[in-house]
Design a binder for this molecule. Structure first.
Ligand code: NIG
Ligand code: FE
Length: 390
């Protein structure tokens, strides 16, 4: 198999604390990485790199692991420009806007939906995202949810069944009937096409008892739970996530001390989605409080047409540093290794032998520039599974 070395990397983020400077980022100065096939086979100081078939000189630029975006909603049609415009003119964000996207998504063809996913993925890839999770949740019928998952599965292995995004408008007068559908025939049709099950546990969506019933039913069908929790208000979502050993509790904006303690002690990752607070002008989640309590924190885009229409992980990193109390090192870790933890993956989010060769070469001497130079397109090359894709 062909081997390729990327040499003279000014600063390499490995996310292996046993390497380099001994911090969680395992930073190596003047480093090299060797790729063989789809794997990383060697990481270390540039002067010690083994001979390879090809060499690419990074010429003093930084390399970070490909971003792991562990929360997005990309199977949708249309957009919600008017809703955003109204919100920026003073109206509040409510879960109900999702219905607009449900109508547009149901009306779209498979080809339109798949082309949309491909388009946002290409956008994300150009910004360094090499792994992403995505959800259903804009179909809300048995057929439309299963179709969304089939389409998502053409683009990623990290597919999440979110039939419980909101109560379908078809069941407006019968929410209990909708929960029966989500845990019954819809789950039956969707489980073969998904790895995860999610629920929007929130006022105006699903309460704690409904969320528990939905996630438990999913687990019985082999899906693993993750939860939209405590986004718009305090509530039972985070505690439920920890109790059910969900891989991740997502949003975590309104947390009691007990919620923070639970995340600090359990292995459920707290996934923070600053694009949502940015685009809804809401209060920021307090990453510092979670980190100080010992929680594992991930950063993700939540890319969706309603509350966070960004596909940019660098943008989320910059927001997390500026407004959520994270250091640049912590934010980079959370956008890479943190996302991998939120997907319970060990093969991605790090640049060490055996990991998938997902690398981002930055037009900058250090990863800190991702926060220091917000909004600047610093991604100069991307490898995914050993293949140069940007
Ligand atoms: O994560 N919170 C629920 N789901 C999305 C919003 C989706 C929408 O508004 O269309 C979120 O923010
Ligand atoms: Fe979401």
């Amino acid at each position: 198999m062909t081997t390729t070395a990327v040499t003279h990397i000014a600063s390499l983020v490995t996310n292996d604390p046993s390497l380099g400077n001994g911090t969680p980022l395992g930073l190596i100065q003047d480093a090299a990485v060797v790729i063989e096939g789809d794997r990383i086979v060697w990481t270390g100081e540039s002067s010690k790199a083994p001979a390879t078939d090809n060499v690419l000189d990074a010429a003093g630029r930084a390399v970070v692991p490909g971003f792991v975006d562990s929360h997005s909603h990309l199977v949708f049609a249309g957009d919600r420009t008017q809703e955003f415009n109204a919100r920026m003119s003073g109206q509040p964000y409510r879960a109900g806007g999702i219905r607009t996207t449900v109508a547009a998504t149901r009306a779209a063809t498979d080809e339109e939906l798949s082309a949309n996913v491909a388009r946002y993925l290409a956008e994300a890839l150009r910004q360094g995202t090499t792994t992403f999770e995505t959800k259903s949740g804009y179909g809300l019928t048995v057929e439309d949810e299963a179709r969304a998952l089939r389409i998502a599965g053409r683009h990623t292995d990290e597919v999440t069944y979110l039939g419980a995004h909101i109560v379908s408008p078809d069941y407006a007068d019968d929410p209990a009937g909708y929960v029966d559908l989500v845990t019954g025939p819809m789950l039956e049709a969707c489980a073969p096409h998904a790895r995860w099950i999610d629920v929007f546990c929130e006022q105006g969506a699903f309460d704690g008892d409904q969320a528990r019933a939905i996630l438990t039913a999913g687990r019985a069908k082999g899906l693993h739970p993750r939860i939209h929790a405590n986004q718009l208000s305090y509530g039972p979502g985070v505690q439920l996530a920890v109790e059910l050993d969900a891989a991740s509790a997502d949003h975590c904006t309104h947390l009691t001390d007990a919620d923070v303690d639970a995340l600090g002690q359990g292995r459920t990752v707290a996934t923070l989605l600053p694009g949502a607070e940015f685009s809804t002008r809401a209060a920021w989640p307090d990453a510092r409080r979670l980190l100080d309590a010992g929680a594992t924190v991930a950063l993700s885009t939540d890319c969706n047409p309603g509350s966070s229409f960004t596909s940019s992980m660098p943008f989320c990193v910059a927001l997390a540093v500026r407004d959520m109390g994270m250091t640049p090192d912590e934010a980079i870790w959370s956008a890479t290794a943190g996302g991998a933890a939120a997907l319970r993956r060990t093969d991605i989010g790090r640049i060490t032998p055996g990991a998938r060769a997902d690398l981002v070469l930055l037009d900058a001497p250090s990863h800190v520039h991702l926060a220091y130079r917000p909004g600047v397109p610093l991604v100069s090359a991307v490898w995914r599974s050993g293949e140069r894709v940007v």
